[in-house]
Design a binder for this molecule. Structure first.
Ligand SMILES: [Zn+2]
Length: 376
């Protein structure tokens, strides 16, 4: 028997109308010498499969559906600057714009972005109003790279950041964000960099800065500023870290940090691009790893936030495996005793020897530098 009541999914099919086009992977470019181009990796198929696995997969009986809604412009100003939002509104009026590499605001994209933000706010409000314990904002375009004043990495509006701010504005004292997307959650980190009320933790590949839209490096020394110093914990992991390495990082770094912080709300920023087969990442998680992460996050919520957990969908670009990995994550969060769905393709060998060494090094660094770790 599992001990959770189920997952409340927040979704609106209008988000499928964000059309990112075709090209060489995510460039939007046709070089003229290829017969077959890719769909942009952040396409609607990936999300359609998540919707359908939740409706028709074995987890469906644990899932309830709620209709998402558009965010209102004033709501966006709790996280984003007015200048940036005006820039997006103008770009939409003018028929679209490439905001930075791979990040295309096309006709229909702005409404989808407003739906993603509004739907995530609804999912958080459901928890704040006491109507449920676990909400999942099934949204696109993703959000965690969107900074207060600029777009980045397929993201326009920071859906998770807006939800965190809503929680704070509604009386939550401390919110913890755990980001398992394979990329650094730089936008969310930036938004709360000077706050000690929000603990942002990101596990990601060590990709560093990728240009003006992503000046942050994601390295261990980006710890926050002023009052927020020590409340942004970066966990850059080596390529190929795998299931055992991730679980080690959770047990050694994430769990103790959250226990010391004591949040009254937890947000899991969930990207399946940390899977073994993602075209955008090399971290080699399989369904079993996602299931274990889900279980650990479930326990953290049970012990700290009265079980309250918001899950926000981010990346995850393998069109079929992402849906399976999300299914496994929810199995873990529901604390189900046995897997509901076998892994159809998880076959890479797992070797945590090197990741464990890296994680131990990060732990020594955090013990030395992070007030949360020192005062215990
Ligand atoms: Zn990502």
């Amino acid at each position: 028997m599992g001990d959770a009541n189920g997952v409340e999914v927040f979704w609106h099919e209008g988000m499928l109308k964000h059309d990112t086009g075709n090209g060489v992977f995510d460039t939007g470019m046709d070089p003229g010498f290829l017969d077959v181009l890719d769909k942009h990796p952040e396409n609607s198929d990936r999300i359609r499969n998540i919707v359908s696995i939740l409706k028709r997969g074995p987890i469906s009986s644990y899932v309830s559906w709620n209709l998402g809604r558009l965010a209102l412009i004033p709501q966006l100003l709790s996280f984003h600057t007015r200048e940036y939002i005006n820039e997006l509104v103008e770009a939409d009026k003018e028929g679209g714009k490439m905001l930075c590499g791979g990040t295309f605001l096309n006709p229909g994209s702005w409404d989808a972005a407003l739906l993603a933000a509004g739907t995530t706010l609804s999912a958080m409000k459901h928890l704040l109003d006491g109507h449920g314990k676990v909400s999942y904002a099934l949204v696109r375009p993703p959000g965690h790279h969107a900074q207060p004043s600029q777009a980045d990495g397929y993201c326009f509006l920071n859906n998770a950041g807006l939800a965190v701010q809503l929680a704070l504005d509604s009386g939550c004292k401390k919110v913890a964000v755990i980001d398992i997307d394979v990329h650094y959650g730089n936008g969310t980190a930036e938004g709360f960099f000077r706050s000690n009320k929000v603990l942002t933790i990101s596990l990601h590949m060590n990709h560093g800065s990728w240009g003006p839209s992503h000046p942050q490096s994601g390295s261990v020394d980006e710890l926050g500023d002023g009052e927020g110093y020590g409340y942004n914990l970066n966990i850059p992991l080596p390529n190929g870290t795998g299931d055992k390495g991730y679980v080690y990082a959770f047990n050694e770094l994430v769990v103790p940090s959250i226990e010391k912080f004591g949040p009254d709300m937890i947000v899991l920023v969930a990207g399946q691009d940390s899977s073994a087969f993602d075209p955008n990442g090399r971290q080699c998680l399989t369904m079993e790893g996602y299931r274990e992460i889900g279980r650990i996050v479930h326990l953290l919520a049970a012990r700290n936030s009265d079980g309250r957990l918001l899950i926000v969908q981010e990346g995850g670009y393998h069109v079929t495996y992402s849906a399976y990995c999300l299914h496994a994550t929810l199995e873990g969060i529901l604390n189900l005793p046995k897997p509901l769905l076998p892994d159809p393709i998880g076959y890479y060998p797992d070797d945590e020897t090197f990741p464990v060494k890296v994680i131990e090094t990060i732990k020594s660094y955090q013990k030395d530098k992070v007030p949360l770790w020192r005062n215990s």
